[in-house]
Design a protein around this ligand. Structure first.
Ligand code: CA
Length: 232
């Protein structure tokens, strides 16, 4: 019954499971097949890049703890090879540093072990639904990484606390990295029409943003506006 529901909803996906614990890998694979998906298993991180390049996987479930190359390294290599298949990282515990390291390595989501199979399935559905149109899910410029969906931002691996407007402004800068944005463009992008248009509000927000992302990250272009500096 379950398989036919999946087929009817046209949700059939091909999943690559990377996990050296055979029993767990096979448990996940069996569950996915029962839902009407295709599932392949890789035991070694070293095999993932060529497998992902050889077959059109829709999503990769990647365990962090692997013999040889760990999950973070594998994910980074995939992204270096411009393989953009969504990656769900399995972490041994719900550690913040693992989560950040996973996102930094180019993963799209993470799930802490132990997990319920239904939770895994829900995460995989979410990832395959949003791929590939909304990729890249992370805006990355230099040391800055911003996740628009989760409204979170990291600088050099550390998460930043930004107000709503600061976040919106920074997202604008990241989406237009290297381009000069005038104060009017920034106002248009981050404030609605009802806002009293005093352009010095932009200067105040930029000053605040600079204390969080680094002074030199946002350059002043005299008489024109501001520019997010792109790394060399
Ligand atoms: Ca493992």
């Amino acid at each position: 019954m379950r398989a036919s529901r999946a087929a009817r909803d046209n949700e059939l996906v091909r999943v690559l499971i990377v996990e050296d614990e055979r029993k767990l890998a096979e448990l996940i694979a069996r569950g996915l097949r029962e839902e009407g998906h295709a599932a392949d298993i890789a035991v070694r991180g070293e095999d993932v890049v060529w497998m992902a390049e050889a077959a059109p996987f829709d999503v990769i479930v990647l365990d962090v703890m692997l013999p040889g190359l760990d999950g973070f390294t594998v994910c980074r290599r995939l992204r270096e090879r411009e393989v953009w298949t969504p990656v769900l990282m399995l972490t041994a515990r719900d550690a913040v540093e693992d989560r950040v390291a996973g996102l930094d390595a180019g993963a799209d989501d993470y799930l802490a072990k132990p997990f319920a199979f239904d939770e895994l399935l829900a995460r995989l559905r979410a990832l395959t639904r949003r791929a590939p149109n909304e990729r890249p899910t992370l805006l990355v410029v230099g040391e800055l990484r911003l996740d628009p969906a989760a409204r979170r931002v990291w600088c050099d691996g550390a998460e930043l606390e930004l107000s709503g407007k600061e976040f919106t402004l920074l997202e604008l800068f990241l989406r237009n990295a290297g381009a000069v944005l005038s104060r009017d463009q920034l106002l248009d992008g981050a404030w609605d029409m009802s806002f009293e248009r005093r352009s010095n509000v932009i200067d105040v927000y930029v000053r605040n943003l600079r204390t969080k992302v680094g002074r030199d990250t946002i350059e002043t272009v005299r008489g024109v506006g501001y520019r997010l500096r792109e790394p060399e």
